[in-house]
Design a protein around this ligand. Structure first.
Ligand code: UD1
Length: 424
């Protein structure tokens, strides 16, 4: 097991560069399968979810060549239908985009149980609703989904909940379907927009990306295209939260300000000293007081920032209330944060954060963003902490250790040789 050793309490200063978004990379990489052509995707983050996705694509016969730093040429001309290995599918959530991509290209798809962060129940009924509405026969068991369709035909679908994954799968499935598909109550996240922008460059006919109604007129085929992924708003937001808590002066570059507005507004409302410029953000810490916020689909405050905000607000001098409206039980990390001395209490879907004096401790990350929250907590704590299971953090943060060391953090990554015995 890998773990981070973090000596907290050091003020942080320097620059951090943000790379492309994980949640854009996965849909766009799967979308290349629909093109029967060659695409060049750049600003691809160095994270394990991307590596897993590339491995799944290679198993299908996709030829992938790294042609520059964070840039891949992806050749999907000779691709065969293939059942992705359980080990790969089960290590991440985004592997379910294989369903839309395979159904669109081969008229059939088969996928084992997907993995990803455990926030409690994560149903995929909205994905299934779309596949059926477009004409697929879907057989779902506890461990597997099998789908087939002689032809896919456009339809009008209204999602019962706003779902990023279902919106993405619907787009993947509809771009090559016959006729018009109208999707209502869509997710409006920048990653949905990225997917549509890439597909538009490939010749798809899509309007309304970034609004709650997306209209797709199916085309017979798609060409390949160059595409650069937009910056990861959650990576940027994580360093904004860290900087707000303990930053001397942190500059976050490579960002898209419009994607970060809600995170910026929330942190500034909590007392943070943040300046948003055209392509960078300047953050000074130490002035947090309190915040009252609830998570919501984009453009609301992202659920993927909730744990990091809670960690940052433990350093504030007032009481905060943070409500989780997207994944109502996304609080598994709270127990671990408490081990660092965080005075936090969960009632229903709201966590109350009291002023806390954080201290070093051994903690274990339960999921990707939980890991980021624990890192923020450990960096704000007095003394040394060990964050176990740090591989989970690499699913979504490229070079986190290196980036933190670059701003003066005392962080190093290690591997246990003999179980848990090394931890105090
Ligand atoms: C994606 C992101 C994840 C983020 C989440 C919400 C990826 C790979 N993951 O996850 O990082 O936390 O969006 O921004 O992009 N729901 C249903 N039925 C469905 C689908 C979803 O009830 O068929 C519910 C979920 O339980 C949840 C809400 O809809 O309450 C939003 O989930 P969704 O947007 O689908 O999350 P993911 O796409 O899985």
């Amino acid at each position: 097991m890998r773990y981070l050793q973090i000596e907290g309490g050091h003020r942080l200063a320097g620059k951090i560069e943000i790379l492309g978004a994980k949640n854009s990379a996965l849909p766009v990489l799967y979308a290349t399968v629909l093109t029967r052509s060659v695409s060049v995707i750049s600003n691809v983050p160095d994270i394990s979810d991307v590596l897993t996705t590339l491995e799944i694509l290679k198993r299908m016969g996709v030829i992938i060549t790294k042609i520059a730093e964070n840039t891949y040429e992806i050749d999907t001309r000779n691709v065969d239908f293939c059942e992705a290995p359980h080990r790969l599918v089960n290590s991440m959530r985004g592997s379910y985009y294989l369903l839309g991509a395979e159904l669109g290209r081969f008229g059939r798809a088969k996928l084992g149980e997907v993995g990803g962060c455990d926030f409690g129940e994560r149903p995929i009924d909205q994905h299934i609703k779309v596949f059926r509405a477009l004409g697929a026969t879907v057989n779902q068991t506890d461990s597997c989904i099998v789908m087939c369709a002689d032809r896919l035909v456009g339809n009008r679908i209204t999602f019962d909940v706003v779902s990023v994954g279902a919106t993405v799968n619907a787009i993947l499935c509809a771009v090559l379907a016959e006729g018009r598909t109208v999707l209502c109550n869509c997710a409006r996240e920048p990653h949905v927009v990225d997917l549509c922008k890439y597909l538009l460059r490939c010749g798809a006919v899509i309007s309304g990306a970034g609004t709650s109604k997306i209209i797709i007129d199916g085309v017979r085929s798609l060409s390949g295209s160059d595409f650069s992924l937009s910056p990861d708003m959650i990576e940027a937001g994580t360093y904004m939260a860290l900087g707000s808590a303990i930053g001397e002066y942190i500059e976050i570059g490579g960002i898209e300000p419009s994607h970060l507005f809600c995170i910026y507004k929330t942190l500034v409302g909590a007392g943070a000293d943040i300046r948003m410029l055209d392509d960078k953000i300047l953050v000074k810490g130490g002035s947090l007081h309190s915040v009252s916020v609830e998570t919501a689909p984009y453009p609301g405050f992202p659920t993927d920032m909730q744990p990091q905000l809670v960690a940052a607000m433990t350093t504030a001098d007032g009481v905060s209330h943070i409500s989780e409206r997207v994944f109502k039980t996304r609080f598994r990390y709270v127990e671990q944060l408490s081990r660092l001395g965080a005075n936090v209490e969960v009632i229903g879907d709201t966590v109350t954060v009291y002023p806390s004096r954080l201290h070093g401790a051994t903690v274990e990350t339960t999921d990707l963003r939980a890991g980021a929250a624990l890192v923020i907590g450990a960096l704000c704590a007095d003394g040394v902490s060990y964050v176990k299971n740090s591989d989970l953090i690499k699913r979504g943060y490229g070079d986190m250790c290196k980036k933190l060391v670059g701003i003066g953090a005392h962080v190093s990554e290690h591997e246990t040789v003999s179980g848990d015995g090394v931890f105090p």
